[in-house]
Design a protein around this ligand. Structure first.
Ligand SMILES: Cc1cc2nc3c(=O)[nH]c(=O)nc-3n(C[C@H](O)[C@H](O)[C@H](O)COP(=O)(O)OP(=O)(O)OC[C@H]3O[C@@H](n4cnc5c(N)ncnc54)[C@H](O)[C@@H]3O)c2cc1C
Length: 382
């Protein structure tokens, strides 16, 4: 099996983590990414113990922790006053699940994974290659790219995100739909953050049909801000559609003045919006020599903050499945068997949490209360 050549489409967090997990087990990987420059967007991501255990196995957790924030307290607040309603201590999480939760700049996590992949194989990554088509037979998989390039490997892994072309080709007619939610995101220099918000630090404030979340990144030098609001329509595609402070503030006008003030402190050109996408869980994540992981396999709304964490778990289990198998079909069967139930379940739980999160009357049940952090991808059966 160590002669197996694996093609990965998509150099996001999931694709890079999977490539690293496979390389570390002796496999040759070629990664193709459509973007001309391989990088992550400027935004935060919360990485919990379940994913950190996989990152530790991949050799990047220690460096990630050094670059991240690790707040002592996470607070859920009253959207109209800012008053704290519930506190979750990171020390309690660490005691229960072995590691505390990190608040991470996406570019830091992505950069560490990319460096490690390149250190293993300087020729593994290919930017500006947009995957457009595949054909598989008994001996391998052929792939084609928009620039005319073609390649052939023993296995193809689709890590091409929630609008996955690989998924559309394996399951034609199954398209993503608008989830009825628009998200705003920004990074704000800490010196611009109002004092009341600074004192809260990590805060999640559920309001009517919307929620606002902020947490510090890079040891507290930046505040990550996300607002998600229900909306009936959405036209544009993309993660980086510029938005104005005014439209964000108007959408959150019922929030306490410190939060509206925070929105107005966003530096010009630093606010973006996008329409959230949702898809139904799939009965199969693999067909023949082609498999999927991360958002391609289980695209989820962000309400449990577990999409990237699950992509990292998938990555490690994919590497472990290949290392434990003597044939490609066995490896993909082991991988899907180990991951599908959890991925599909969290997809549905995220939807459920979204309904509670945007209704202050409903009881929230975050990832920790649902037992999701207890999963250990290093020891899980594969
Ligand atoms: C508002 C919001 C907040 C979130 N917060 C959290 C959080 O706190 N914690 C958490 O765990 N998760 C969070 N998530 C979820 C997380 O961002 C995603 O689940 C994660 O980024 C998925 O990684 P991925 O590698 O599967 O896909 P992506 O990051 O989408 O990467 C896919 C890659 O494939 C490339 N690609 C696409 N099509 C092609 C093609 N045809 N050919 C070649 N390349 C292609 C893309 O350019 C991209 O680089 C959040 C999501 C949102 C929307």
């Amino acid at each position: 099996m160590n002669k197996t050549r694996i093609i990965v489409i998509g150099a996001g967090i999931g694709g890079l983590a999977a490539s690293l997990a496979l390389q570390r087990r002796g496999f040759k990987v070629a990664i193709y990414e459509r973007a001309a420059e391989i990088r992550e967007i400027g935004a935060g991501v919360v990485i919990t113990a379940n994913a950190r255990k996989a990152l530790r196995d991949l050799g990047v957790d220690e460096d990630l922790q050094a670059r991240s924030s690790c707040v002592p307290v996470m607070r859920w607040g009253n959207y109209a006053t800012g008053e704290t309603l519930r506190e979750i201590l990171n020390a309690t999480i660490a005691e229960r699940y072995g590691l505390p939760t990190l608040q991470v700049h996406r570019a830091d996590l992505h950069g560490l994974l990319m460096q490690a992949v390149q250190a293993n194989d300087g020729d593994a990554l290919h930017a500006a290659h947009e995957f457009v088509g595949l054909e598989q037979d008994d001996d391998g998989v052929s792939v084609r790219f928009a620039n005319g390039f073609a390649d052939r490997g023993d296995v193809l892994i689709g890590a091409d995100g929630n609008a996955s072309t690989i998924r559309s080709q394996l399951f034609p007619g199954e398209a993503p739909s608008f989830a009825g939610q628009v998200a705003f995101r920004s990074l704000i220099p800490i010196e611009r953050v109002p004092e009341q918000v600074l004192d809260i630090g990590y805060g999640l404030h559920a309001g009517p049909k919307r929620y606002l979340m902020h947490y510090p990144l890079r040891g507290g030098s930046i505040m990550n801000l996300i607002g998600v609001a229900q909306s009936e329509t959405w036209q544009e595609e993309g993660w980086a559609i510029p938005a104005t402070n005014q439209e964000f503030a108007e959408s959150f006008a019922q929030y306490a003045p410190c939060f509206v003030d925070l929105i107005h402190k966003i530096p010009q050109g630093q606010l973006f919006k996008w329409g959230l996408r949702d898809r139904e869980p799939l009965a199969n994540w693999t067909i023949g020599r082609v498999g999927m992981l991360g958002d391609a396999a289980h695209p989820m709304t962000p309400f449990l903050g577990q999409g990237a964490c699950l992509a990292i778990e998938d990555a490690l289990l994919l590497g472990r499945a290949f290392a434990a198998s003597s044939e490609v079909s066995e490896a993909l069967r082991r991988y899907e068997g180990a991951r599908k139930e959890r991925g599909n379940r969290v997809q549905l739980l995220s939807r459920e949490e979204g309904r509670a999160l945007q209704n202050p009357e409903k009881t929230r049940k975050p990832a920790m209360d649902r037992g999701l952090l207890a999963y250990d991808p290093v020891t899980a059966e594969v």
